[in-house]
Design a protein around this ligand. Structure first.
Ligand code: NAD
Length: 490
C-alpha cells in the first residue's frame, strides 16, 4: 500500500505526460547504446577503416591509413615466404585481364599517353617485376661460426607515384615492396587519383582473397601535396620511395628518413657514323615515341654525327616522324609548348604529336608518332625534359664532341642514355663516362627496362639516391645474424 501510494504521483505523471515520458525513455536508450558503442570502439586494438570507407584500402586521413597498414604488416611479416610468393602470383594473374581497362582509364583521367602503349607497359610490369626471388641471402662461414645477411622488411613504406606511369608504378612498387615483406602507403598524384584509388582497392581485394590480410596497401580518398608531406613525416613510415620530378625528391630528402628517390631524366641518344643507321632510326623512334615520350627513360634528344645525320633523319621520317624544318614553325612549337618560366606547358605533356601539330597549324599525314626538328644543343627542346613527342636532332663533328654534348644534355642526372655504334671502344667509353643508371647500346631506350632487352623491369629508377633500377632487394633492410659456433663445414 505504501509503495502503491508512493507510485501514485509517478503514474499520474505518466498518464498526464505521455509524450514527455516517451521522449525521456528514447533519449535514455540512445545514451545507453552510444555508451556501448564507444566502449566497443575503445576496446579495438587498431582503428578500423573510418566511416564512409567503401573501397578497401582507401582512407580519409593519413594516420588512419598508416595505422591500418602497420597492423596489416605486423600480420604479414609472420607469414611464410611461400605466402608472399602466392600473393604476388595472384596479383600478376588477376591483374592481367584488367590491363586494357586500366590503360584506358589512365589515358582518360590523366589525358596523357596512348592506350596501346600503356597496355605494353602494364604487361611488362606484370611479367618482369621481380618478386621474392630478388631477396638474395649472403652467408659467411669460418672458424668462428657463421654469419647470415638477410634482406628483411622495413615495415610501412611511403611510396609516392607520378602522373606519367601511375598504374605501372603502383603495381610495380606493390609487387617489389610486398615481396620484401612490407606494407605500403601510396601517396598518388592528384591528377591520377581515381585510377589509383581503383587500383589500390582492387589490389586490396586480390590480397585479401589470396592471403586473408586487408590494408597491406593503402591510399587516401583525396590525395594532395600536403598529405604527401604529412606522410613523409609520419613516425610509422620507415622508408620513402619517391617516383617523380626533382621537386618531390628534394622535399622527401628533407624528411630525415631514408629516401629512395627516382627523379627526372633527359636521355640523349648518340648515333655515330659506324652505326646501322636504319636500325638506329627505328630504335630511336620506337623508344622516344612510346607513350608519347612521357617515360623518364625515353630518348629526349638525338646527337648525330654530321656525315650520317641526313640519312638518319630520312630513316626516322620513313618510320613515322614528321620533320619540321621551317624556323617559324619550330618557333611556334616552342611558343606553344614551353612556358615563359622555362617549364613544359602541361597542356601538351604526353599528348599525341597530331594534337601538338594541329595547335601549331603544321600540316601532317595520318597519326605521326613523333615530331623531329634540327636544333642547336642549347635549344629549349634539347635541355628541358619536355615529356612530349618532340625530338630535337643535334649535329656534331666528332665522337668527343658528341660525348660532351650528351653529358651536357644529361646534366648529371645519372638517369639514362643510349648509343648506336659498331665501334666497341666508343660504346665502352660512352657507357663509362655517362655514369647513367641505364645505358642502352644499339637498342631503344626501353630495352633498359627489360622490354625487348634482357633483365627485369622497374618503373622506379632511383637516380639521385643511387639505387638505380629498383627491385624488392632495395625495399628491404639488410640485417646480419651471427652464430658463433659451428655451421662451418669446410
Ligand atoms: P611530379 O613531381 O609532379 O609528381 C610526382 C608525385 O609527387 C605526385 O604524386 C605528386 O603529388 C607528388 N609531389 C609533387 N610535388 C610534391 C611536393 N612538393 N611535396 C610532396 N609531394 C609532391 O611528377 P609527374 O609529373 O607526376 O611525373 C613526371 C616526372 O617524374 C618527370 O620528371 C619524370 O622524369 C619523373 N619520373 C621519374 C621516374 C624514375 O623512375 N626516375 C619515373 C617516372 C617519372
Amino acid at each position: 500500500m505504501v509503495i502503491a501510494s508512493a507510485m501514485q504521483p509517478i503514474w499520474r505523471f505518466m498518464v498526464e505526460n505521455n509524450t514527455q515520458l516517451k521522449e525521456m525513455i528514447r533519449s535514455m536508450v540512445i545514451d545507453l547504446l552510444q555508451g556501448q558503442k564507444q566502449e566497443a570502439a575503445s576496446s579495438q586494438p587498431v582503428k578500423q577503416a573510418p566511416r564512409g570507407q567503401v573501397e578497401p584500402g582507401v582512407f580519409d586521413t593519413v594516420d588512419d591509413a598508416i595505422q591500418a597498414a602497420k597492423a596489416a604488416q605486423a600480420r604479414f611479416e609472420d607469414c611464410t615466404l611461400a605466402t608472399r610468393e602466392k600473393v604476388i602470383a595472384d596479383i600478376r594473374a588477376t591483374m592481367r585481364p584488367r590491363v586494357q581497362e586500366l590503360a584506358q582509364k589512365t589515358v582518360e583521367e590523366t589525358g596523357m599517353g596512348r592506350v596501346a602503349d600503356k597496355v605494353l607497359k602494364l604487361n611488362l610490369t606484370l611479367d618482369k617485376t621481380p618478386g621474392v626471388e630478388d631477396l638474395v641471402t649472403e652467408c659467411e662461414t669460418g672458424d668462428n661460426g657463421m654469419t647470415l645477411y638477410e634482406l628483411s622488411a622495413y615495415g610501412v613504406i611511403g611510396a609516392i607515384t607520378p602522373s606519367t606511369n601511375p598504374a605501372e608504378t603502383l603495381i610495380c612498387n606493390t609487387i617489389g615492396m610486398l615481396a620484401a615483406g612490407n606494407a605500403v602507403f601510396f601517396s598518388v598524384h592528384p591528377g591520377a587519383k581515381h585510377l589509383s584509388r581503383l587500383l589500390v582497392s582492387e589490389l586490396n581485394q586480390i590480397i585479401a582473397k589470396s592471403i586473408g590480410i586487408e590494408n597491406l596497401i593503402v591510399t587516401l580518398r583525396e590525395p594532395s601535396i600536403e598529405s604527401a608531406q604529412e606522410m613523409m613525416l609520419h613516425p610509422d613510415v620507415s622508408l620513402l620511395v619517391v617516383t617523380g620530378g626533382p621537386g618531390v625528391v628534394k622535399q622527401a630528402l628533407q624528411s630525415g628518413k631514408k629516401v629512395i628517390g627516382a627523379g627526372a631524366g633527359n636521355p640523349p641518344a648518340f648515333v655515330d657514323e659506324t652505326a646501322d643507321i636504319k636500325k638506329a632510326a627505328q630504335d630511336i623512334v620506337l623508344g622516344a615515341s612510346l607513350d608519347n615520350n612521357i617515360l623518364c627513360i625515353a630518348e629526349k634528344s638525338v646527337v648525330a654525327m654530321r656525315q650520317i645525320e641526313p640519312q638518319l633523319v630520312q630513316e626516322m621520317v620513313k618510320v613515322g616522324c614528321v620533320l619540321v624544318d621551317n624556323q617559324q614553325d619550330i618557333q611556334r612549337l616552342v611558343d606553344l609548348t614551353v612556358l615563359p618560366n622555362g617549364t613544359p606547358n602541361k597542356q601538351f605533356v604526353g599528348k599525341n604529336a597530331s594534337v601538338i601539330l594541329d595547335a601549331a597549324h603544321i600540316p601532317y599525314n595520318g597519326d605521326p608518332r613523333l615530331i623531329i626538328l634540327r636544333t642547336p644543343k642549347d635549344h629549349p627542346f634539347a635541355v628541358i625534359e619536355m615529356l612530349m613527342p618532340i625530338l630535337p636532332v643535334i649535329t656534331v663533328d666528332s665522337f668527343d664532341e658528341g660525348l660532351n654534348v650528351c653529358l651536357l644534355l644529361e646534366a648529371g642526372l645519372h638517369h639514362t642514355a643510349t648509343m648506336h655504334s659498331l665501334n666497341m671502344e666508343r660504346l665502352n667509353q660512352m657507357a663509362r663516362k655517362m655514369k647513367t643508371s641505364i645505358f642502352v647500346k644499339n637498342g631503344p631506350s626501353y630495352a633498359g627496362l627489360g622490354f625487348s632487352g634482357e633483365g627485369t623491369t622497374t618503373f622506379t629508377i632511383a637516380t639521385p639516391t643511387g639505387e638505380s633500377t629498383t627491385s624488392a632487394r632495395c625495399f628491404a633492410r639488410r640485417r646480419r645474424c651471427c652464430l658463433t659456433t659451428g655451421f662451418n663445414i669446410r
